[in-house]
Design a protein. Structure first.
Length: 210
């Protein structure tokens, strides 16, 4: 493929937020009687839509969660991220050295994305090239966010690469017809084995685009 732009996911790809968020989630759910480890939560919810996550929690509990559950979770996450969030290993180096244009396309709310980039010092690399699923009302594994980003950047999907860390993100990248990389050995279904390239470190991207 003649790659002209790279689309990065945010959580778990550029910022090390996934386990922190799951720690907060199980703490919030625990107030209503749900017992779940952060590791189990990560396995169930990594890369997924928040509404789907809440639906699973409610099913496990056998009753609805209050309307303020998600806002409370977001507020607690923001506090934890301000104190403890770090960039993924190699994130700064890759963004400094990558010779192709790049952008960010995340399923998270724009406010969360911008906060996470600010806290980790990554904001300066992206400017206005940030795309949120909340802006278009479509979430991974739907490819709509990646296709929206490609259109906004004026690049055909087949000339885009996607860098992800989750199954929903990998499915979205493949469905969009983009070259798809998955970080740190996410367990993938057999049908994706030949469709994605698993990388152990973000720096492994650099030779792919030199």
């Amino acid at each position: 493929m003649n790659i002209r732009v790279v689309l990065f996911d945010c959580d778990g790809t550029l910022v090390d937020s996934e386990m922190l968020a799951m720690e907060v989630l199980v703490e919030c759910a625990g107030q209503y009687g749900l017992v779940m480890s952060p590791e189990e939560a990560l396995g169930r919810f990594k890369g997924g839509k928040m509404a789907d996550c809440i639906a699973v929690l409610e099913q496990r509990l056998g009753h609805a969660l209050p309307n303020d559950f998600e806002p409370d979770f977001r507020i607690r996450c923001a506090r934890v991220f301000e104190d403890r969030l770090e960039p993924m290993a190699g994130a700064h180096e890759v963004l400094q050295r990558l010779q192709l244009p790049y952008a960010l396309a995340s399923s998270g709310p724009r406010e969360k994305i911008e906060r996470n980039l600010r806290v980790t010092g990554l904001s300066r690399y992206f400017g206005d090239r940030v795309f949120s699923a909340y802006d278009i009302g479509k979430w991974k594994p739907d490819p709509a966010l990646f296709l929206h980003a490609a259109e906004a950047l004026g690049v055909a999907p087949e000339h885009c690469a996607v860098v992800e860390d989750s199954l929903p993100g990998a499915l979205a990248g493949v469905a969009a017809g983009m070259r798809t990389f998955v970080l740190e050995g996410e367990t993938l279904p057999a049908q994706l084995a030949d469709a994605v390239q698993v990388i152990a470190h973000l720096e492994d991207l650099l030779p792919c685009f030199s």
